[in-house]
Design a binder for this molecule. Structure first.
Ligand code: MTE
Length: 312
């Protein structure tokens, strides 16, 4: 990921120690937020009712979860900053209500869904997923959401709908880094339709039992756990059904480094670093990277016959 000195440092330098530095400040913040029972960075969410959910055990890992502190303070949200340590503060005033998602493109009838109606759509599930960032760090996060397929099944697709494009909010007044050209805005991502319909692909509205903190993509984001983290777009306002794959924000920024598929794969190195190992935040030492981030049993059938080096 270009133009960011953190990205240019070897992945091994991204250690839990770097997170430790601002921990004392966080402890004070945590004491303040404990009183209202919310994760930091949820300005609009404080007044909203609690989310109800059940854990989906079969799709959850039992591995040790990354702490709420690390999940909410070490984030990538380029609309606010290219540093990982500041979005939790810069995003705190993002207005997340009212908020709608427009579903359009290759659909028989365009649909506009209000986020609070969306949350009532289906019982929410908690799913504890392994997440892997392309830069080499990894986390285990208890998300709240439901399969994106549930929403997509509510619209009638045309026969030309082969891919799904996700578009994040564009609002340079609220998202000051959109006044720079570090990426082409709005942030755009995409999946093949069968990837979007895979039961693992989660339309996500919460984490750790609460609504998504702004810096993690409030009020709604997509989570795709077998792909590198940049394929999990935050604060989305539009889902567009399309005939051809989207040229995503990261493909536009650096086409040789970031492909459309971006499946986690220890054998396909990033041009500037190896992907063979990863640093799980909160742990010492590195782990081996798992093909499809360990979700092969659910997704390998999507890629039969494809050369994953060419389709990186
Ligand atoms: N979505 C938007 N809109 N803007 C971003 O900068 N960063 C991506 C992804 N989604 C990003 C985004 C990247 S690079 C990663 S690794 C994940 O969000 C990080 O998610 P997290 O901060 O909740 O761990």
């Amino acid at each position: 990921m270009p133009d960011n000195k953190e990205f240019n440092s070897p992945a091994s330098e991204i250690t839990p120690q770097t997170l430790f530095n601002s921990r004392r400040q966080f402890m004070r913040l945590a004491a303040a937020t404990a009183a209202v029972g919310v994760l930091p960075g949820m300005a609009d969410a404080k007044a909203l009712p609690k989310l109800h959910y059940t854990r989906n055990k079969s799709l959850s890992t039992s591995e040790t979860k990354t702490t709420p502190y690390d999940v909410t303070h070490y984030t990538n949200f380029y609309e606010f900053d290219t540093s990982k340590f500041t979005p939790y503060a810069y995003a705190s005033q993002l207005k997340t209500r009212p908020w709608t998602i427009t579903i359009d493109g290759e659909v028989k009838k365009r649909k506009v869904v209000d986020i609070d109606r969306l949350i009532k759509l289906a019982p929410l599930e908690e799913r504890i997923y392994r997440m892997r960032c392309v830069e080499g760090w990894a986390m285990v996060i208890p998300w709240l959401g439901y399969p994106l397929s549930k929403l997509l099944k509510q619209v009638q697709l045309t026969s030309r709908a082969k891919y799904v494009e996700f578009i994040s909010l564009e609002d340079p007044l609220q998202m000051p880094n959109q006044q720079t050209d570090v990426l082409q805005w709005p942030y755009r991502e995409g999946l093949r339709l069968d990837e979007a319909m895979n039961p693992l692909t989660l339309l996500t509205v919460g984490l750790y039992g609460e609504r998504l903190p702004n810096q993690n993509g409030a009020p709604v984001r997509v989570v795709v756990p077998w792909k590198y983290g940049f394929k999990s777009p935050k604060s989305i306002v539009q889902i567009r059904l399309v005939e051809y794959p989207t040229t995503t924000s990261w493909m536009l920024a650096s086409p040789t480094e970031y492909g459309f598929y971006a499946n986690v794969n220890p054998l396909v190195d990033h041009p500037r670093w190896s992907q063979a190992t990863e640093q799980r935040i909160g742990e010492h030492g590195r782990r081996d990277t798992l093909l499809f981030n360990g979700y092969g049993k659910y997704v390998e059938k999507l890629y039969i016959g494809m050369n994953l080096v060419d389709y990186f």
